[in-house]
Design a protein around this ligand. Structure first.
Ligand SMILES: Cc1cc2nc3c(=O)[nH]c(=O)nc-3n(C[C@H](O)[C@H](O)[C@H](O)COP(=O)(O)OP(=O)(O)OC[C@H]3O[C@@H](n4cnc5c(N)ncnc54)[C@H](O)[C@@H]3O)c2cc1C
Ligand code: FES
Length: 283
C-alpha cells in the first residue's frame, strides 16, 4: 500500500467482472505491488469521485484479489458501473482474520446468509486445501430467492472436494428443487459432533444472531462460534471512531469476533455500538 499516507489508495486494474446475481458482481483486480491477505480481512475500495466502501476479500491467498460486491448505494452503485479495464482505488488489507486454531482437528459448521458467503469463501478454500487439519466441514448457505443465490456452481465443486453443502432459499420458485426455509431450520440435518465443533457465521444481523444462538444451543462453546460484523466505516484504521462498539473498533479489533466476545460486549455496553441509531451486525 501507499507508504506515505495510509489514506491514499493504490490503483488497481479491474481485470474481470462476472455477474453473480441480479445485484451482485464479482470483480477480479490486479495491483501493481504484491498484496497478501488472510480470510476475513477487508479492503477500503474506492471509485474516484464517489468515495470508499469496506469490502471483504472473497478470494483465497492462492487466487488473484477478488471482491464480491452488492449494489446498495452510492459507492457500490458506482463500482457496478465499472467494466474490465477500468481502475478502482484500494487500501488494505485491514482488520483481523478468521481464527483457524479453534477449528483444527474438529468438525466445522459454516453458516452463510445471502452475501455472507463472500467473506466465508476464502475460509472454505482453506478447509479444502488443508483438509487433513480439520474433520468434516458442513456449509449451510441460505438466500432469499433463487435469483439471489451466488456461488451455486462453486458449491457443486466444493461438494466434490468433500464439503457437505446445503443450499436453501426462503422463497422458492418453480426452478428451485433444493431446500427451502431459513438456514437455521436445516441445522438438524447437520451430523456434526457439535460439542467438539467450531462454527463460522456471516450474513444479515438477524440471521447471525439466530445462527449463533442455534449452534450454541447444540453445544458449540461460545469461544468457537465466530462471526464477522459490518459497520459504517470511514477510515478503516481505527482513527475516525465511526465503527465503535463499546470499547472496540470493528475495523481494527474486528471485523471478526467470537460469540463469547460479543456477548460480553453486549452485556457491558448494550448491543448498539456507535454514533449510528441502527447497530449493524451483518451482511
Ligand atoms: C468489514 C466489512 C466488509 C464488507 N464486505 C462487503 C462485501 O464483501 N461485499 C459487499 O457488497 N459489501 C460489503 N460490506 C458492506 C459495504 O461496505 C456497504 O454495502 C457499502 O459501504 C455501502 O456503500 P454505498 O456507498 O454503496 O451505500 P450508501 O449509499 O452509503 O448506503 C446505501 C444503504 O446501505 C447502507 N449501508 C451503508 N454502508 C453500510 C455498511 N457498511 N454496512 C451495512 N449497510 C450499509 C446505508 O445505511 C443505506 O441504507 C462490508 C462492510 C464491512 C464493514
Ligand atoms: S472506521 Fe474509522 S475507526 Fe473504524
Amino acid at each position: 500500500m501507499n507508504a506515505n499516507n495510509v489514506y491514499t489508495p493504490s490503483e488497481a486494474l479491474i481485470e474481470e467482472v462476472i455477474t453473480l446475481s441480479r445485484n451482485v458482481n464479482l470483480y477480479t483486480v490486479k495491483t501493481k505491488e504484491e498484496i497478501k491477505w488472510l480470510p476475513g480481512q477487508f479492503f477500503m475500495v474506492s471509485v474516484f469521485g464517489f468515495g470508499e466502501a469496506p469490502i471483504s476479500v472473497t478470494s483465497s491467498a492462492r487466487e488473484p484479489l477478488k471482491f464480491c460486491i452488492k449494489k446498495v448505494g452510492h459507492v457500490t452503485g458506482a463500482i457496478h458501473g465499472l467494466r474490465a479495464g477500468d481502475t478502482i482505488g484500494i487500501r488494505g488489507p485491514y482488520g483481523n482474520a478468521f481464527p483457524l486454531d479453534v477449528a483444527r482437528g474438529r468438525d466445522v459448521v459454516i453458516i452463510a446468509g445471502g452475501l455472507g458467503i463472500a467473506p466465508l469463501r476464502p475460509l472454505i478454500h482453506e478447509f479444502m486445501e488443508n483438509g487433513k487439519d480439520y474433520a468434516r466441514v458442513f456449509l449451510l448457505s441460505g438466500s432469499k430467492t433463487p435469483a439471489d443465490v451466488i456461488y451455486s456452481e462453486e458449491c457443486a465443486l466444493w461438494e466434490k472436494r468433500g464439503i457437505r453443502v446445503t443450499l436453501t432459499v426462503d422463497c422458492p420458485d418453480d426452478s428451485w428443487d433444493v431446500c427451502t426455509g431459513l438456514v437455521t431450520a436445516h441445522l438438524d440435518k447437520v451430523e456434526a459432533d457439535f460439542q467438539n465443533a467450531a462454527s463460522y457465521i456471516c450474513g444479515p444481523e438477524v440471521m447471525i444472531e439466530a445462527a449463533m444462538k442455534a449452534v450454541s444451543a447444540r453445544g458449540i462453546p461460545e469461544e468457537r462460534i465466530i462471526t464477522t460484523l459490518e459497520a459504517h466505516m470511514k477510515c478503516g484504521v481505527g482513527k475516525c471512531g465511526h465503527c465503535y462498539m463499546g470499547p472496540k473498533y470493528i475495523c481494527t479489533d474486528g471485523p471478526v469476533f467470537s460469540y463469547k466476545e460479543l456477548r460480553r460486549l453486549a452485556e457491558r455496553f448494550g448491543k448498539g455500538h456507535g454514533p449510528q441509531d441502527d447497530p449493524m451486525w451483518g451482511y
